[in-house]
Design a protein around this ligand. Structure first.
Ligand SMILES: Cc1cc2nc3c(=O)[nH]c(=O)nc-3n(C[C@H](O)[C@H](O)[C@H](O)COP(=O)(O)O)c2cc1C
Length: 217
């Protein structure tokens, strides 16, 4: 769907998800994250960039698992430590994944996807047309109920900082795995919160499209 149509539907409160493709299970297991491989960090930094042309091919299981782990995974199981920092280790940023089969919440402890809505919300995750058909859109959501120890005036800023760190992990993973990605803030917040069924403690922060690079025609 093009940007003008999305803007018009958004104004009318009619920007809505599509039916999910197929019958996805409530829990989707993921292969364990890779322990090695990928490009050296300096090579990945040289390649990091935003891209806005995506193939509609899905990601295979291992790249999907590695991508989610890079964003929000546990890298120190004895402490429950994550791959990205959070103020006072509040771990307040939830990672949702919009796939054609449904909307899922990444569970870092189980390293699995839990279904959050049985609909394809990809097109509601941004005004730009490529978000509709790329393999997936990540959605970063602050859970304010996890930030009770952070002064109220700082909660939003800290959550955005944490989401920024997670999104950079995704950029570096994508650079290493030769995937395309772009982090995004231009979306209809009301429409997306409705489509995701978010609660009052949950605040939308950023979205990030990830997919295979579009092959030249
Ligand atoms: C907070 C934030 C919001 C952004 N929002 C969008 C967006 O809505 N759509 C988009 O296409 N790019 C978005 N971008 C990507 C920037 O346009 C991009 O990072 C910038 O042009 C620099 O390009 P580079 O990432 O290739 O270095 C956003 C980036 C940040 C950090």
């Amino acid at each position: 769907m093009n940007t003008l149509t999305k803007l018009a539907l958004g104004l009318m409160g009619q920007l809505k998800p599509q039916p999910a493709a197929g019958d996805a299970a409530a829990t989707m297991a993921l292969p364990p994250p890779s322990q090695g491989g990928g490009l050296p960090l300096m090579n990945a930094l040289w390649l990091r960039q935003s891209q806005r042309e995506f193939s509609s091919e899905p990601l295979a299981g291992q790249p999907l698992a590695d991508l989610l782990w890079a964003a929000a995974g546990i890298n120190r199981p004895e402490l429950g430590g994550r791959t990205a920092p959070t103020a006072m280790n509040a771990q307040e940023v939830q990672l949702y994944v919009a796939l054609p089969q449904g909307l899922f919440l990444y569970d870092p402890q189980a390293h699995a996807l839990q279904m959050a809505a049985a609909s394809d919300v990809r097109r509601v995750t941004g005004y730009q047309d490529f978000v509709d058909l790329a393999a997936l859109d990540l959605i970063y959501v602050a859970d304010h109920s996890r930030m009770k120890l952070v002064p109220a005036a700082q909660r939003e800023a800290y959550a955005y900082a944490a989401a920024g760190a997670m999104s950079q992990n995704v950029y570096l993973y994508c650079a290493s795995a030769r995937l395309a990605t772009v982090v995004r803030a231009w979306f209809d917040r009301d429409a997306l919160a409705r489509a995701m069924g978010l609660g009052t403690d949950q605040q939308l922060l950023l979205a990030q499209t990830v997919g295979l690079l579009q092959k030249p025609a």
